[in-house]
Design a protein around this ligand. Structure first.
Ligand code: HEC
Length: 275
């Protein structure tokens, strides 16, 4: 009769204990004599369900963690936002809201001939250049527009009626007949559309003021101070009257010293002679 060595018996007892949850009495001594066995899975760790799987020895040692990818390691080592800054960041949306409101509120409040003109000039910029440098239409900047129109009334009339009406009326010289280098004649350069009716009279005045003062460089405190005050300053009575519905064509009736614009093309006027 062969004797089963004690350490084999011991191992089988342990297996049974691990599998069945077994009786504690047989597995208990195992713990005291565990020296010979491979590191035993503790009975308590074994699942007690009806079809338990023995915990594989490999499962006991988890695989080494995968090294972080480049992106993840960058993310982990990023600078964190300090707590005191979070307070400011939390207010950011409110600040943005207030900022946008203040900007749009300002745009709504834009008033006066030059501010209105700056908005209206977008209608003209395509042909005359964003800075009045010229394009399909003439240049306004560097005083060019002032050479053609020493008097603002002639410019207003021309912008109101445009090349077509001047051609029909047989009026070719819409500006200063003594313009240096020769006068600009209707149709010479192309077709300037008439804007009367397309925009309001006060918007039209605004665009013309913008072309003369902002783009053309007329000196509102020097040579053109009188014209500026009368037509293009924020206190301009003419501008206010136009806003109230008065017509450019007949504005000369209620103001002294104004060249009649009238309801159609007319010859342009020369610069006033200095006394
Ligand atoms: C479709 C292109 C076009 C648009 C838009 C346009 N213009 Fe003109 N403009 C012209 C052309 C072309 C001429 C020259 C016409 C001619 O030879 O009869 C001209 C001429 C002028 C002149 C005469 C300049 C000079 O020195 O002889 C003035 C002033 C003027 N335009 C103002 C305006 C204003 C103000 C607006 C916007 C409200 C405007 N234009 C929009 C094409 C345009």
């Amino acid at each position: 009769m062969t004797e089963i060595p004690e350490h084999l018996l011991q191992r089988s007892r342990e297996r049974r204990a691990a599998l069945g949850g077994g009786d504690a009495s047989t597995s208990a001594p195992a713990e005291t004599t565990a020296s010979a066995a491979t590191p035993a899975v503790p009975a308590a760790a074994a699942p007690s369900g009806p079809a338990p799987r023995a915990a594989a020895p490999e499962a006991a040692t988890p695989p080494p963690p995968k090294p972080d990818s480049f992106v993840v390691s960058k993310y982990r080592s990023r600078k964190k936002i300090p707590g005191w800054a979070m307070a400011g960041l939390a207010l950011l949306p409110i600040w943005m809201f207030m900022y946008v409101r203040s900007v749009t509120a300002q745009a709504e409040e834009a008033s006066g001939p030059l501010a209105i003109g700056a908005e209206q000039y977008s209608t003209c910029a395509g042909c005359h250049g964003g800075n009045g440098q010229g394009g399909v239409g003439y240049q306004f900047s560097e005083g060019e527009v002032l050479k053609t129109f020493p008097n603002i009334e002639d410019q207003l009339r021309y912008v109101m009626y445009g090349t077509g009406a001047y051609n029909i009326a047989g009026v070719s010289n819409y500006g200063n007949p003594d313009r240096e280098g020769g006068p600009h004649l209707a149709g010479e350069r192309g077709v300037m559309p008439g804007f009367s009716g397309a925009i309001t009279d006060y918007e039209l005045l605004g665009a013309v003021c913008y072309e003369r003062y902002t783009l053309g460089g007329a000196d509102s405190e020097g040579d053109y101070a009188e014209e500026f005050e009368k037509w293009c300053s924020e206190e301009s009575e003419i501008f206010l009257e136009l806003e109230g519905g008065a017509a450019l064509a007949s504005i000369h009736e209620s103001h002294e010293g104004i060249i009649e614009i009238g309801d159609g093309p007319a010859d342009g006027s020369p610069a006033m002679m200095e006394g």
